[in-house]
Design a protein around this ligand. Sequence first.
Ligand SMILES: Nc1ncnc2c1ncn2[C@@H]1O[C@H](COP(=O)(O)OP(=O)(O)OP(=O)(O)O)[C@@H](O)[C@H]1O
Length: 771
Amino acid sequence: MPVSTRSQFTSPVQNEPNPEQRFRTRVDREDTHASAPLRNPHHRLKEKMKELTFIYEQQKQASTALRNSSWRSEESRFVSQPSSELNGGSPKKHQKESRAENVMRENTMPTSTITRTFVLPQPPTDDAKENFVAGNDRIVGFSCPRKATASITVARKLSMGTTVPHSELKGSTGTQNAQESEKTEGSSEKSSKIGSRIRVFVRLRPMSKKEKEGVSRCCVRIVNRRDVYVTEFANENDYLRLNRLRGRHFTFDASFPESATQQEVYSTTTSELVEAVLQGRNGSVFCYGATGAGKTYTMLGTVENPGVMVLAIKDIFNKIRHRSCDGNHAVQLSYLEVYNETVRDLLSPGRPLVLREDKQGIVAAGLTQYRAYSTDEVMALLQQGNQNRTTEPTRANETSSRSHAILQVSVEYRVRDAAMNIINRVGKLSLIDLAGSERALATDQRTLRSLEGASINRSLLALSSCINALVDGKKHIPYRNSKLTQLLKDSLGGTCNTVMIANTSPSNLSFGETQNTLHWADRAKEIRTKACDANEDPLPVPETETDQAKLVLELQKENRELRVQLARQQQKLLTLQAQSLAANSSPTPPSATSLLTPPTSEQPNEKRKTRPPSFLVGTCFTPESKKKGAELAVRTLQQTVKALEAEIERMKKDHILQLKQKDDIIRKLSQKGGKKAVAEEGVAKKVVTRSSLRPKKYTNTDELKSPSHRFRSPATTAKKRSFWDITTANSPSVTTLNGRKTRSHVISEATAAVPPSMLLQPGFARQKAII
Ligand SMILES: Nc1ncnc2c1ncn2[C@@H]1O[C@H](COP(=O)(O)OP(=O)(O)OP(=O)(O)O)[C@@H](O)[C@H]1O
C-alpha cells in the first residue's frame, strides 16, 4: 500500500531567496562555520534549515503584502503581521514568538541532548483559529483579520446538503450549528441532489499504559480541532533516515484530541445523519484505523461512556418520541459480522449468510431483522450481538475485534404529503466497526490470529482499492474483491451520506500505522457519494374518506396488537437464548485474567472462539436477572457432572474387583493341572478355548512364535487368558462344537463361582449360552 505522498509539508527549499537575502545567508553561514568548526556534522544542515525557513517566511510575507497591495499602510501591516499588532505587541517580538510556537521539534531522543528542528506549515495560533479558509480541502491561509474571513468561511455539509457552517468544526458549538442547519432543510434538500462528499474525522486516543511504559512519545498533534500534524522521530545517529524525516500535515472536517468526549464525537459526526435517516435518507458511519487505535471504543464505548452506536440508537428513539406518538414509525435492526470472508448473523448465529444484489443494493440473504420498540430492547440486542462477535486478545490489543461488524438500523415512517397521499419513507443507518489493520509481528505469527489478521488486511486492502478507484473516477470499482467492500458498496458509492472516523494512536511506536490511516482518510475525503434522495414509496390510497379513516384505525389496532405480541415473544426468546448460552458455556467460566492473557502457542487448527471482550460483555448492558439465571444453570450443570463422575468411579472400582476375582479362579484352575485335571474331575463337557481353536502347531509347543508369547503368564500354557475369558458369559460366540453357539471358554462350575460381570448387569446383559 503506498505511503502518503499527499503531505501538506512545504519544503522551504522551493522558495528562492532574493539576492540580498542570499548574500546575508552566505555571510551568516561563513560566520557560523568559522566560529564552530568542531560542531556536530549536522549542525550546518540545521543552520541551513533555519536560514531557509527564515527566508521562506519573509518571502511569504512579501507575497501576501503584494497580493493585498490595495490595502495600503495600516492594512498591509495587518496582513504581514497579523496578531502582533492586534495584540499590541511589537512585530519583531511576535515574529520570534510565533516562530518558536510553530516549530515542531524532532529527533529529541530521550537520551540525546541534541535537538533537531524543522518547520512545518504553521499551525494557527489561537487568534487565527477562525481564519482558516477551506479551499479545495487545503488551507489557503490564516493571516487575514478574523472579520474579513468570517463571511467567506464555507465548508461542506453532509447529510442536509453540501456545506457545513465552519464553527461546527469547533467541538460543542458544532451541535448548535447542526441544530440551526435543520432550519435550512429546504435548501439543503436541493443541494443533496448534487451528491455529497464523504466527511472524514480523526480521533486521537489517549496514550495507553503500555505505550507510556514503553517510553513512547506523542507524535500526533491536533490543532484547531481540525488540523493534524504528525511528526516522525528518528535517532540522531540514524544518518540514512535523517534526511528523509518529514512532518506531515492533514486537514479533516474535524479532528478530536484525546480529551474529546464520546458525546462530542457523536454530535459532530453522526447526529446529522440520524436526522437525515428519519427523513428517509441512508447514512453510514465507519471507524477505520490500525488495531488498538480505538475504533470499537468510538463505536460501542463502555457502560459509562457509550459510543456512537448506542448514542445514535438513543437519539433515534428520542427523536421519534418527540415527533409523533402515532405509532407510524417502525425501527428495525440487524447486526452482522464479516469474519474471515464469511458473513454471519450476530443476532441469530447459524450458517454463513450469502450476499445477494437486489433493488435495494447488496443484502445478506436470511439476515434477521428485529423490530425494536425501545432503546432498552435495542441495547439488549446489541449486547447479544456483541457476545457473538469474534474478539480475541492479541499482543497489540487485549480486546481486539477479529471481524468487521455492521449494525444496521432502518427507520420506516408513514406520512401524508400535500396531496394527502400516504408516503412510506425508509431511512437506513449503517454503523460499521471495522477490524484493525495490523502487522503480522504486531500480533501473533503463524497462528489463527495471524490468519485472521491476513484476512482483515486483505479486506482493508480491497477497501483502499475501492477508495482509490472512486477518487480517480474510474468506471469499474472493485467492490467484489471482498465481502466487506460489497457490503460497503452503498456507503462508498451509493446514495448515502457517509462519515468516516479515522482512529489513531498518539504513540510514535505506531507512527507507520498512524501515517497510513491518515493517508487513506485523506484520500477518502475526495470520494463523492451519489445524490441522496429520500427513499419514499407512495402507498395505495383508499377511495373514500371513511374508507381511509377505517383503514387507519384498523392498521393502528393491528399495529398495537402486533407490538404487544412481538414484545412478549422477544422477551421469551431473549430469556431462552440467555439460558441456552449459559448451558452451552463451559462449566467453569474463564477467569478475567485468562481473558486478558495473550495466546502464546495456538494451534492453527484450533477452534474459533467467540469470546467477548471485557467491555463488550458482562459489564456492558447485561441485565442482572439474566446473569443470575445463567449462574444458576451453570451451577446445576456442575452438580450433574460431579454426580456422573462419582458414578463412573464407583463402576470402575466394581469392575476391577470382578477382574481380580476372575484372575484368582483362573489361577486355581490352572494349578489343578490344566486339561488333565479337568478331565479327572470328570468334567464331561468340552471346553473350547481360543488356544484350542488355533492350528495345532501353535498349541502344544513351547516355541515362541510371536513376541507376545515371550511374556507368558505364569498361570498357564494350556489356557491363555484373554479378554473374552475375563468377561466370561459375555464373550462372543466362538464355536459351534455341538451345533450351538458358546459365549464362554470357562467350565460351568467355575462359571457358577464367578460373580456376575459388570456387563451382565441390567442394561448390559446378554443371553448366556450353555454348552
Ligand atoms: N478515546 C479513548 N479514551 C479512552 N480509552 C480509549 C479510547 N480509545 C481507545 N481506548 C482504549 O484503547 C484500547 C483499544 O481500543 P479498541 O479496542 O477500541 O481498539 P480497536 O481499534 O477497536 O482495536 P481492534 O481493531 O484490535 O479491535 C481499549 O482498551 C480502549 O478502552
